[in-house]
Design a protein around this ligand. Structure first.
Ligand code: NAP
Length: 248
């Protein structure tokens, strides 16, 4: 798979799955890989170093994806600077866990704004240049909990399930312009997001995974790469599970 001359934006590329995706694009020859991040400057700079080591032009943009105006200006800035945007990976995300009866309105809003409205705003902004180019690929990172629900994650799973609906609708809207829109649904992946789980919970979760282990970010990145490139040229509106068989 070659991404030669492609301009790629991976949100939340400073760490975890986003970093693995960004590095995978750079390894696959993308000419320009732009990562966004919320505030972890050191991690973002480390990713930029990994990308340039692979020979890609790399830059990091700090903005909050829940700020729709910031999403719009980020995409406009990329297109102004690089002339195009070929791939958008909506990866930035976060969760605030808590049983539904204790969920605060502000935590609900934050999770919906970050995990659903952010991707919507970035897709809206990216669709214009992609339509002009008559091509592009968008990959949204949803979650196994959007597929199956999870106690303690009402807002997060609602946002991720919403992202699946958004993926399918935009796939239908943009298909005639050669733009494909898909989602990757990871199971439990070893990143900072799952680092807080205690050993007991980790073991219980692992017992429910047929492949018997957590996934790693690079395994998710390979699915993202596939859905972003020509190898998946006849696939749109699809949700590709990368969950070790945890939910089939
Ligand atoms: P992570 O290690 O916690 O990294 C999160 C990334 O998102 C960081 O780059 C962070 O930036 C960025 N971010 C968070 N909130 C943001 C905001 N409001 N605006 C802009 N950027 C923001 O997460 P991960 O585990 O790699 O997860 C990546 C994606 O996969 C998320 O959408 C997550 O929901 C999804 N996912 C993860 C798992 C899993 O088991 N890990 C499973 C299913 C789905 P900073 O570094 O600046 O904080």
């Amino acid at each position: 798979m070659s991404f030669k001359d492609k301009v790629v934006l991976v949100t939340g590329g400073s760490r975890g799955i986003g970093r693995a995706c960004a590095v995978a694009f750079a390894k696959a020859g993308a000419s320009t890989v732009i990562i966004s991040y919320a505030g972890n400057e050191a991690a973002a700079q480390e990713t930029v170093g990994l990308l340039t080591a692979e020979g890609a032009k790399a830059e990091s943009l700090r903005f909050d994806v829940s700020d729709t105006a910031a999403c719009t200006s980020a995409v406009e800035g990329i297109v102004k600077a690089h002339g195009r945007l070929d791939v958008l990976v909506n990866n930035a995300g976060m969760a605030v866990d808590g049983l539904v009866m204790r969920v605060k309105d502000e935590d609900w809003d934050k999770q919906l704004d970050t995990n659903l409205r952010g991707p919507f705003a970035l897709i809206r902004a990216a669709s214009r240049p992609m339509m002009k180019q008559r091509g592009g690929a968008i990959v949204n990172i949803t979650s196994v909990v959007g597929d199956m629900g999870n106690p303690g994650q009402a807002a997060y799973s609602a946002a991720k399930a919403g992202l699946i609906g958004l993926t399918k609708t935009v796939a239908r809207e943009l298909s005639s312009r050669g733009i494909r829109v898909n989602a990757v649904s990871p199971g439990f992946i070893g990143t900072d997001m799952t680092a807080h789980l205690n050993d007991d919970l980790r073991q219980k979760m692992t017992e429910g995974i047929p492949l018997g282990r957590l996934g790693n970010p690079e395994e998710v990145a390979q699915a993202v790469l596939f859905l972003s490139g020509d190898a998946s040229s006849y696939i749109t509106g699809e949700v590709l599970k990368v969950n070790g068989g945890m939910y089939m």
